[in-house]
Design a protein around this ligand. Structure first.
Ligand code: NI
Length: 173
């Protein structure tokens, strides 16, 4: 396993629509392993393939927060929201591609998601709480959408300017 570098917004690869995965092969398994390691290392609770520069419909997540609880690493291939509750939830979201920036985002409180697992088997599960927010945030990445796209333009521009500055500083190092 190896840690991959995470793209920072703004980057055209974060705005692109990802392609469906056609086949689960060795390269895809390696990508999923690397993404989990990259996510835990960050640390973060979710990561989508476009964030490591791979335009494929793949995401990883683990939203277990309880101290001492066993981790639950999940790999979702070609995930789709098949049902969303009318009830909504507001969470303060962040993103590994937008470091140190947080904002409230309102989303359906519960969603049912279908996907394919690493064995090529169809899966379906209902998520709530932080898991629901996380899976929707990560699926958005597969559509080239970031959480700041839900914010007012002024706030979004302010965050984008900070990220441009951050990237410039990092490039100088
Ligand atoms: Ni994100």
């Amino acid at each position: 396993m190896s840690i991959r570098s995470i793209l920072i917004h703004p980057d055209p690869r974060l705005k692109a629509v990802a392609d469906p995965v056609v086949e689960v092969d060795k390269d895809l398994r390696k990508l999923a392993d690397d993404m989990l390691e990259t996510m835990y290392n960050a640390p973060g609770i979710g990561l989508a393939a476009p964030q490591v520069g791979v335009g494929k419909r793949l995401l990883v997540m683990d939203c277990v927060k309880e101290e001492g609880a066993p981790p639950r690493p999940m790999v979702l291939i070609n995930p789709e929201v098949v049902w969303a509750s009318d009830e909504t939830n507001v969470y303060e979201e962040g993103c590994l591609s937008i470091p140190d920036q947080y904002a409230d985002v309102e989303r359906p409180a519960e969603v049912e998601v279908s996907w394919m697992d690493l064995d090529g088997k169809a899966q379906k599960e209902r998520f709530d709480g932080l898991w629901a927010t996380c899976v929707q945030h990560e699926i958005d990445h597969l559509h080239g959408k970031l959480f700041i796209d839900y914010l007012k333009p002024l706030k979004r521009q302010m965050i984008t300017r900070k990220m441009v500055k951050l990237k410039r500083e990092r490039a100088r190092l």
